[in-house]
Structure formats: C-alpha cells, structure tokens
Design a protein around this ligand. Structure first.
Ligand SMILES: Cc1ncc(COP(=O)(O)O)c(C=O)c1O
Length: 557
C-alpha cells in the first residue's frame, strides 16, 4: 500500500491490520482531545495528549499495576515505529533521498557487515515514518506509549545517548546564571550542560564509603542545608541510582525541592529497570520528579545511543521539544527509534519477569563471590536510610582490595586472560552490568575466573588507594573556565591553578576535575595513581594527560 493510500485510511485501520480503537485512533489518525489542556495549562497541540483528570488516573492505575500487557489507554503489545518500518519494507519505494547508500546498494561492505535487514531500514524521515523533530504520527504515538509505560506525562525518544537526555533536561530547567544543586559525583554530561548554558553548579559533596572507595547518595539533610543556603536555586539534580547502584531518598528530596519552587531532574541512566521490575528502588516519575533521563540502551535492552527523556506534568512538552531540537540531529536513525519502540514493548509486556531473573542472577553471583573470600560483593546490608537510602540489586559491584588488586587490575585480567568484559573497573571495584541478556553459564564463567584470579594473582594490599571522590573547590563557573584564556602546563606544574577542562576515568565518567576547579596536590596524586593502574582516562586536550589546560596566571587562586 502506498503512503498516500494509507493516509486515506486515517481514522481507520493501520496497514498492519490492527483495528482502530473506539474514541479515535492513535497515530496518524488520532484526534487531539477537544479543548484539552496540557499539564502546563496551555491548550493541547493537535495530536498532543491533554492532561485531563482522566489521564492522571490512568497514570495512577499504571503505577499500581506494572503488570504489562494492556496498560491504560494504549495496547502496549504494539510498536508503531516498528510496524511502520515493516510496512515500508513492503513498499519498494525508489529512494531519491538520503542516506546515500540507498538501502545498501552503494555500499556492499556495509551490507556485509550489518546485513540487508538492517541497512534496508536505515532511512530518513518521510511521511509514513514521521519526523523526530516534529512528530505527528508513528513517532508521536510511540512517545505516548512510552509515557504510559513509564508512568510519565510525556516521553521523548532520544537518539543522542542519555547524554542528550541529561543535557536537554538541564537546558530545559536552567539558563545562564541560574543555580542548580547537584551531587559532585555526576556524569560528565551534566557538567557539560553547564558549560553550554552557563548555569552555576552548587555541589552537595556526597559522603564516601572509605572502605569501598565509592561516593554515596545525597543525604536529605545535606540537600536541605544547601537549599537553605541557596534559596534562589532553580533545580536539584539527583542520580537515581549512581553507577554503583546507590539511591538517595528521592521522594523526600522531591518534596523539599518542590516546597521551595525548585524543579527536580533525575539522571536515571542506570535506572530503566526501576520502572518495570518488582521490589526495585523508587523511580523518578513515581517519586514525582519533573524530568528524568533514562538510558534505555543500558538495562532496557535497546540499541546503543538510544534513550528516553521523561517529563512530569509540570513541564511544557512543546518547550522541552524546542530545547531538544537545539542540539538534536535532523536525521534521526530509525534503527535507534525502532529499537526504543520494540524495547519499550518488551519491558511493558515482560519486564517484571525479566528483571526478577536479573535480580536473582545478581544475588546468586554475590553469594558465590563472597564465598570465595577476599572479594566483597555488596548488597542491602549497606542501606542506612539516608546516604544509601536504597540499593539497586541488579548491579553486581565487587570490591577487590581484599585480594590486593585494584578493581581496574581485575578488570584487565578478566579481559586479557579470561575473555570477560566487565562494565567498569576503578581503583577499588569491578562492576558487572547484569541485564536481560545475561545467562547463568556466563555468570558461572565470571565466578570461576574471579576464583582463579584470587588464587593466581593475590597480593598484599598494603598501600592501596581507596579514595575515588575528592571534594572539589569551585573557583570559576564551568562555562567561564571552559571559554577563558588558558595555557597548557605539564601536569605536575598545575598545582594551585584553575583547571579549564575535564579529567576523568571512563567509565564511570565522573569528573576528577571539571572546568573551573582548583587543582590540588591530592588530585594530582590521584590522577598519577589512576594512570599508573591503567584506568582509561579522558577529558583533557592532551589525551596522554601529560599536560593540562589551566586558566592564565591572573586567575590563579
Ligand atoms: C550516570 C550517567 N549519566 C549519563 C550517562 C550518559 O549516557 P550515554 O552514554 O548514553 O550518553 C552515563 C553513561 O555512562 C552515566 O553513567
């Protein structure tokens, strides 16, 4: 059927044979709810879901249920972008548009790498496939279905990684000179956003667990104090959870921030499964946050670089879309969009069961690894109702200092000697990301390898570093520092100067130094130690980190 032919069917059935639902079909033919208002009080745009009392009660129903299948108004078994692409495959349209490989014909090597199935749907926006910058049909429908599945007022499909979700969230809530309260152990994308728009970070310095060498969540009392000291701040950003699975008391933080007129933005890069699994930590949308950046490609199973930006009823989706479009590509990949659509469907239908399996696998591995001795795979015994308000049990983080090896050393051994790729190795821990694709036999392999590593490589652990987080002293805003006049100095001659660039181990991508921070002896020692241990370090203009860019002398402290 041609696109024009399908269009004529608007209001009726889609080409997949699916029946129109009573009360107006979704997708191309769906009607805007008459006179409906969005959460911001403005009139709903055509095709936009109005935030009526009815839609709020649907959201509540979803929050109670979580069982998938048909949730609320949408049939979650559908995947509109995927369905449109399947139809498109049958249509044999002659491509005089981009991409120039023309369904792979112009690039056989690409086809042999990725397969015809894949390159055949690597297409650009067109009428039947909608347009991510201004979605009105299948993408819009996929976004609304995702919003329902996640229990948010709106959900944006994102193709620039969770980096773009985080940045869009911050650029939507803050502007030049605005203060934003945040923990310092944030991902680089957060501080990058502040470089872009000139907002000012007010850091809540998290406590460290000195034995484990990891930064913890934000204490409610720390946030309260910071809000009192900076009542003019416009937003609070929270990690839910941190890379290591640690959650703050999000609900209390939301309550407190909202009471002071501040928005709450949540980096949920590692929290997709919170929305679908049972007995998981509270998700941002359940806690009443205003926005959340969710890495569907991490625990949600979609293709790398695909992500969701969720918004609550307090946000104006039209404005957020404008912000997203400031930096978003105008040629969004349909591979990524379809993968988001299919993965949302998968989690809505099967997430609860799948994540129960993931948790069980991680629990099993923890028990076995702790039985080996020397390793410490930590669990809910850490929960203290405050700086570790809750713990994501799907994360398998193992402290390795008890066998005298840095986490990064165990990470390297696992890769080089046992062909096992871990998610991250830092100074004190290795982290396995357990997700819906993991198998018991692979877990046995990891446990076997860790047993052997202890037997073959164990050392005395005297003199090992544990500290991962060093409290920064912010001298200049990230934006001013990044764009200031600077000079390049040998690393060890930078003490006392103000850094104008990032230095971090990746992963986890949490800056050791961010633009505008003072370089101290302690930080330099840490950088040298991390380099020696073989951490993969990024950020500075000099990739070898022999030199650092610092602000010119007149900025010295
Ligand atoms: C906490 C956190 N936020 C944001 C991101 C950015 O995600 P992405 O790599 O999809 O851009 C990451 C990536 O690791 C992360 O760990």
């Amino acid at each position: 059927m041609t696109a024009a032919g399908r269009k004529a069917k608007a209001g009726g059935e889609k080409g997949t044979g699916r029946k129109a639902e009573a009360g107006g079909e979704k997708g191309t033919g769906r009607k805007a709810e008459a006179g409906g208002k969005t959460g911001t009080g403005r009139k709903a745009e055509p095709g936009e879901k109005a935030d009526t009392g009815k839609s709020r009660s649907r959201k509540r129903a979803h929050r109670r249920g979580k069982e998938g299948k048909v949730m609320g108004r949408f049939n979650q078994a559908r995947a509109p972008i995927y369905e449109a692409l399947e139809e498109f495959r049958q249509e044999r349209i002659v491509p005089f548009d981009v991409p120039g490989h023309k369904r792979g014909r112009g690039n056989p090597e690409l086809v042999s790498l990725l397969g015809q199935q894949c390159v055949g749907i690597d297409v650009n926006s067109m009428r039947s496939l909608d347009n991510l910058c201004h979605p009105v049909s299948v993408i819009r429908e996929a976004e609304e279905m995702a919003a329902e599945a996640f229990g948010s007022a709106y959900a944006f499909l994102m193709v620039g990684g969770t980096t773009s979700s985080v940045q869009s969230m911050i650029l939507s809530a803050t502007k030049k000179g605005d203060k934003i309260i945040l923990p310092r152990n944030v991902h680089r994308s957060v501080i990058n956003a502040l470089v872009l728009n000139g907002a000012i970070p007010i850091y809540v310095n998290p406590d460290m667990d000195s034995k484990l060498g990891i930064a913890l969540g934000m204490k409610v009392s720390q946030v309260e104090r910071t809000i009192k000291e900076h009542p003019d701040a416009v937003a609070v950003l929270v990690n839910n959870p941190t890379y290591y699975g640690i959650c703050s008391d999000l609900k209390s933080i939301v309550r407190m921030a909202h009471a002071h007129g501040m928005k709450v933005l949540v980096d949920e890069a590692h929290g997709t499964h919170f929305y679908f699994g049972d007995k998981m930590p509270l998700s941002a949308m359940e806690a009443g946050a205003d926005m959340a950046a969710v890495s569907m490609h991490k625990s949600g199973g979609s293709l790398t670089q695909s992500s969701f930006l969720l918004t609550g009823i307090s946000m104006n989706p039209g404005y957020v879309r404008q912000i997203i479009n400031l930096t978003q590509t105008t040629s969004a990949s349909y591979l990524l969009l379809a993968s988001l659509d299919i993965s949302r469907r998968n989690l809505a239908l099967r997430g609860k069961k799948e994540f129960a399996k993931v948790t069980a696998l991680a629990e099993y591995a923890r028990e076995e690894l702790n039985r080996i001795g020397g390793y410490y795979a930590y669990n809910s015994e850490l929960v203290n109702g405050d700086s570790i308000f809750d713990l994501d049990k799907t994360k398998l983080t193992v402290n390795t200092l008890g066998i005298g090896l840095a986490g990064i050393e165990v990470y390297d051994l696992l890769r080089d000697e046992y062909d096992i790729q871990m998610e991250l190795g830092d100074i004190a821990n290795v982290l396995a990301y357990i997700s819906i694709g993991d198998r018991e036999r692979d877990m046995e392999r990891l446990i076997g390898a860790m047993t052997e590593i202890k037997r073959k490589y164990r050392r005395d652990n005297a003199g090992m570093y544990t500290q991962e987080y060093i409290e920064p002293r912010v001298a200049v805003s990230p934006q001013s520092a990044f764009y200031a006049e600077k000079e390049s100095l040998p690393l060890m001659e930078t003490r006392g100067r103000v850094c104008s660039e990032f230095v971090m181990c990746y992963p986890p991508g949490i800056p050791i130094l961010a633009p505008g921070e003072e370089i101290t002896e302690e930080i330099l020692e840490y950088i040298v130690y991390a380099k020696e241990k073989g951490c993969s370090m990024t950020g500075p203009e000099d990739p070898g980190i022999e030199r650092l860019n610092v602000l010119r002398e007149q900025w010295a402290i």
